[in-house]
Design a protein around this ligand. Structure first.
Ligand SMILES: NC(=O)c1ccc[n+]([C@@H]2O[C@H](COP(=O)([O-])OP(=O)(O)OC[C@H]3O[C@@H](n4cnc5c(N)ncnc54)[C@H](O)[C@@H]3O)[C@@H](O)[C@H]2O)c1
Length: 268
């Protein structure tokens, strides 16, 4: 059916938005997919994936809770005996400001850092031993944001109510880069995604689900951005690792060509 026939992937935060589309793009390539989300309608998405002709597992699970993370990863390993790809996608946004009171700030910290950073950390820790043990290599894609890696001429960072969201996304570099180095000998590639405004439940919610068509037309589509993940996986064991892959508004949504391999005498 596709180049991922017989492989298995985990996508977090797949009930709606981009996670939903990553899961479908993987399934379209024949990959069995385990998904999780705090939303109960993730179970419907599991059935949609199965209707595409692959095997699926769907879990109501919170990525910030270690016991939920174990349940998802152990479930996927028990069913397929392998995990080849992890897409650490689950994410939340809420406004946070430097002068917020301490109670709100603590709640924001638990929610934003818990989901956007701790979730990525826990899923990585739970999945990586299986990726290593398989000896087949694999892929981890950590979803960050164009706030941390944007096009020349535009400053990094989001708006004034974004301090904790941006912390959570910048901090992902502290996982992506060391993981890519540590896991390279095992053929496991680890990259970040740094996309700008992409049509999703989250983005539509910022417009109270009433964004006019001319506004939506400016956004990237989930299909365009998720196809980048498929292209990245398709590069195979020799593909790029340790990079932040951009998808920026106003630019072609495509993988930049990989730099030519250095000759051995220059590779150091
Ligand atoms: N859409 C964009 O423009 C955009 C831009 C840059 C980065 N991102 C990032 O892409 C990812 C997906 O964003 P989206 O726009 O599709 O958002 P979305 O809100 O449409 O979808 C996010 C999904 O994650 C789930 N989720 C939230 N908290 C969770 C938790 N603790 N455990 C499990 N699931 C949880 C939600 O229920 C939802 O199904 C996020 O990490 C977001 O920060 C999105």
């Amino acid at each position: 059916m596709g180049f991922l026939d017989g492989q298995a992937a985990i996508v977090t935060g797949a009930a709606v938005g981009l996670g939903n589309q990553y899961a479908k793009a993987l399934a379209a390539e024949g990959c069995n997919v385990a998904i999780c989300d705090v939303r109960a309608d993730v179970l419907d998405v599991g059935r949609e994936l199965a209707a595409m002709g692959v095997e699926s597992l769907a879990f109501i699970a919170d990525v910030s809770r270690p016991e939920d993370v174990r349940r998802v990863v152990d479930g996927a390993v028990a069913k397929w005996g392998r995990i080849d790809t992890l897409i650490n996608n689950a994410g939340v946004w809420r406004g946070s400001m430097p002068a917020d009171d301490l109670d709100k700030s603590l709640e924001d910290y638990e929610i934003l850092i818990g989901t956007n950073l701790k979730g990525v950390y826990l899923f990585g820790r739970a999945v990586i031993p299986h990726l290593i043990a398989s000896g087949r290599g694999g892929n981890i894609i950590n979803i960050a944001s164009d706030h941390i890696h944007t096009h020349p001429g535009r400053p990094t960072g989001g708006g004034p109510a974004m301090d904790l969201y941006d912390v959570s996304k910048w901090a992902i570099n502290g996982l992506t880069v060391p993981w890519s180095k540590a896991l390279k000998p095992h053929g496991i590639r680890v990259n970040g995604f740094t996309m700008g405004a992409t049509d999703s439940y989250m983005l539509r919610s910022f417009h109270q689900f009433k964004a006019p068509p001319e506004v939506v037309a400016n956004w990237m589509t989930a299909e365009e951005v998720c196809d980048l993940a498929i292209q990245l996986i398709r590069e195979g064991p020799g593909g790029r690792t340790g990079e932040n892959i951009p998808a920026w508004l106003g630019f072609e949504v495509e993988l930049a060509p990989q730099p030519a391999a250095k000759p051995a005498w220059l590779a150091g």
